[in-house]
Design a protein around this ligand. Structure first.
Ligand code: ADP
Ligand code: MG
Ligand code: MG
Length: 546
């Protein structure tokens, strides 16, 4: 074996063994004890001043933020007058994520306990209509059985329990966690593992948050290269958009920080490689996917696009290379560097952005466009998953971009025999040259698209809840990335001088922890449980004693 090959083997084995620590109790043993000891709650005196300014809106604090929600639920459990509402809430969540086969039994118990006026746990805050609908419907085990009840429950809790929570010691604990969350982040908190891929401005490495043991991907953007190639706007745009969206079909940003050389985006690690690799490199003699597999990925991509479009974000760079697999074989959209957010007063944008062979006709013609361009790229991506070649380029063909553009604008797409009727129809609906006739995002959703015959076997509700079993599960011992020597090096950048303006931009970018993913990490890795200690006797813990 040559030195490059050996280097890859060593790097892979360090990375595979760190990655193994992701699940279960192993994580605690993979932590760096010194760094873990630095994650501790301050005495309340040190952060009391934050009580008035901390985010304490009901929906954000008690529902969306995982730590806030836990503490709010602990408060409900302890208060006799809210105990039942808290139990109903937890039972609803349990029902929503349960297997279909377990739902009837769970629903039956809940109906008896909370919906029967003779029960001592009857929830009188639920409106009569909602109560009778659940009683009539529960045998159908629908996914959204408790949707209406949940809205009423949350409204009730906001009106009746929020005030009490804010006067309780659980809220003080929330303030302590928000203080900890707001501490600055530097590179010493992370340990880099092998390179996973190469981006335009730097490498992407596997990395581990030292204090919790959680694995992430660290996308580095070299400061000099960013300045030289005028990448500031794209970088801050990517960061802002990633921090805003929270979907299981889009990579999540957990930290943004800086080092002397780089800006760093710490994101969900996607260990299973990208779709381009799986289409072409896993089975080179037989490239491409069968239709059920392509259907599953296409559906998950649609959910990611729908989420972006609901946030008024146009992705513009959908292609197999930007769709990444996780350990279980679910996919997420990544690389939001070309995404744009439409301002509230505008419904279209302009500008040449994307990858040759994927860009929609209206974009290539320099017209104004909106979300429609992402459904054209979806059509190209689906076509490539099946055909193992682009619709406007033959495999290995050397062809000018201008010729690819000409084909996109004027040539019909031809379909190899292996396309089914439904798959071909969907590709045609998506690669429709006229954006007005194209399938896509209508009335703020993708329902028309989801109802196409190609998806007739697919349960969208279960897919959206992450409950469908993926058609392919990546091997946990395989590293789905190029050998280190094949990733390619960057040339050195010369003649770039930084000034105050640059520093200001870097500080703005390096805003630290992103609240929801940071809180998720604390809970998932057990750190929240270790820090959130209450004395048995119901007294105030020392760190909350004024
Ligand atoms: P750029 O915007 O510069 O093209 P990308 O975001 O596409 O950078 O990242 C470059 C490469 O790094 C990707 O093609 C992929 O191989 C790898 N990569 C990026 N993000 C992740 C991630 N979250 N998990 C695993 N690998 C990733
Ligand atoms: Mg990329
Ligand atoms: Mg990019």
């Amino acid at each position: 074996m040559d030195i490059g090959g050996l280097e890859t083997v060593v790097a892979n084995s360090a990375y595979v063994s760190a990655r193994g620590s992701l699940d279960g109790n192993a994580v605690a043993t993979m932590r760096d004890k010194k760094m873990r000891a630095r994650l501790k709650l301050p005495h309340i005196k040190q952060c009391e001043h934050m009580k008035a300014t901390v985010d304490s809106a009901f929906d954000s604090m008690c529902v969306k933020q995982p730590v806030g929600k836990r503490l709010f639920q602990q408060y409900l459990e302890r208060e006799a007058s809210h105990k039942t509402a808290g139990e109903l809430w937890k039972d609803m969540e349990d029902y929503n994520t349960a297997q279909e086969t377990d739902r009837l039994q769970k629903a039956q118990k809940m109906v008896n306990k909370y919906y029967d006026s003779a029960s001592k746990s009857f929830c009188s805050f639920l409106e009569e209509k909602a109560v009778s609908r659940v009683k009539e419907d529960y045998k159908n085990t629908r996914g959204d059985l408790f949707k209406e009840s949940e809205q009423q429950l949350l409204k009730h809790l906001e009106a009746d329990a929020l005030g009490g929570f804010k006067n309780s010691m659980y809220f003080l604990r929330y303030v302590q966690f928000k203080w900890l969350e707001g501490q600055s982040v530097t590179e010493e908190w992370f340990m880099d593992f092998r390179v996973l891929g190469k981006g335009g401005f730097g490498e992407v490495h596997a990395c581990q948050m030292r204090a919790t043991g959680k694995m992430y991907a660290n996308k580095k953007l070299n400061k000099k290269r960013l300045k030289k190639r005028k990448g500031y706007e794209g970088a801050i745009g990517e960061k802002r958009i990633l921090a805003k969206v929270h979907s299981r079909f889009i990579v999540t940003l957990a930290y943004a920080f800086q080092t002397k050389q780089d800006l760093c985006l710490v994101m969900t690690i996607m260990n299973g490689g990208d779709l381009r690799y799986h289409i072409y490199n896993v089975d080179e003699k037989n490239p491409g996917f069968n239709e059920p597999r392509a259907c599953f990925y296409t559906a998950q991509i649609i959910c990611g696009l729908e989420h972006l479009h609901q946030y008024r974000i146009i992705y513009r760079d959908l292609k197999p290379e930007n769709v990444l697999l996780d350990d279980a074989g679910h996919v997420r959209l990544s690389d939001l560097g070309l995404a744009v957010e439409l301002p509230p007063d505008k419904d279209k944008t302009k500008g040449y952005a994307g990858t040759p062979g994927f860009m929609a006709p209206e974009l290539l013609q320099n017209k104004e466009y909106d979300y429609t361009v992402d459904y054209f790229t979806l059509g190209v991506t689906l076509y490539e998953m099946i055909a193992a070649k682009g619709p406007f380029r033959n495999r290995g063909e050397q062809v000018e971009n201008s010729e690819v553009t000409r084909r996109i604008l004027s040539d019909p797409v031809s379909y190899p025999d292996k396309f089914s009727v439904d798959c071909k129809a969907l590709c045609e609906g998506l690669m429709e040259k006229d954006p007005l006739k194209r399938l896509g995002f209508k009335n703020n959703c993708c329902d028309e698209l989801k109802n196409q015959p190609f998806f007739k076997e697919l349960n969208w509700g279960r897919l959206e809840a992450g409950m469908l079993t993926p058609p392919f599960v990546p091997d946990p011992k395989t590293v789905y990335a190029k050998d280190i020597g094949d990733v390619g090096a960057f040339s050195t950048i010369k003649g770039v001088v930084m000034d105050d303006k640059d520093t200001e931009f870097f500080n703005d970018f390096a805003s630290g922890n992103i609240p929801i993913p940071w809180q998720e990490e604390m809970i998932e890795t057990g750190v929240f449980g270790e820090l959130n200690i209450w004395p048995e006797n119901g007294k105030l813990p020392d760190d909350l004693d004024p």
